[in-house]
Design a protein around this ligand. Sequence first.
Ligand code: ADP
Ligand code: MG
Length: 195
Amino acid sequence: MHPKEEKTVVIVKPDGVKRGLVGEIVSRLEKRGLKIIALEMFTATKEQIDGHYPKDEAWISRVGSKTLANYEKYGWDAQKELGTADPLKIGTMVRAWLVGYMTSGPLVKMVVKGVHAVDMVRKIAGNTMPAAAEMGTIRGDFSVDDATIANRDKRAIHNLVHASETPEEAQHEIEFWFAPEEIHDYKRAEEDIMF
Ligand code: ADP
Ligand code: MG
């Protein structure tokens, strides 16, 4: 595969849609030089969201570990707040909250293509925890949530966008969310000017 062919999936989450940030998010990706090759607003079912997020223990534990790291940083006691300090149990809780969050309103799904698309989009999106996300990132500029408050309310963190984390995850998500005929291709002007 040519390096310019790398693809990733971006989903504007219900908070991003309801706050009118779809254009801003698409614009940031486009202006960087990334190519939008599929785009659609839709409402997901619980089953679809359950199928979207990985089910393997490694992924679930990693989500739990990220939460624990966040708690440690701010001196919060996971056992006291969540009733457990087991990353797998915490990850399982978060996964269930995610289903509620991602079905609470319409989503906008995209396939984005370009050089190192996965890593570039992750960088543009910013840290999972909005309060820790750098300025200049989508999450850092437009959101303010954190695990400590989200978990107290027993809900997922509202962080505006989903972005695939690895090319393998991206491949799974492209096949999961898009039919081949929904993905388009064209040449952007920059391809002759910038690279
Ligand atoms: P990312 O979206 O940055 O890839 P993860 O894959 O680790 O992050 O987690 C998926 C989503 O789950 C996050 O974007 C966020 O909405 C939610 N989430 C993650 N950790 C927590 C948590 N501790 N509490 C509530 N929601 C969480
Ligand atoms: Mg993720």
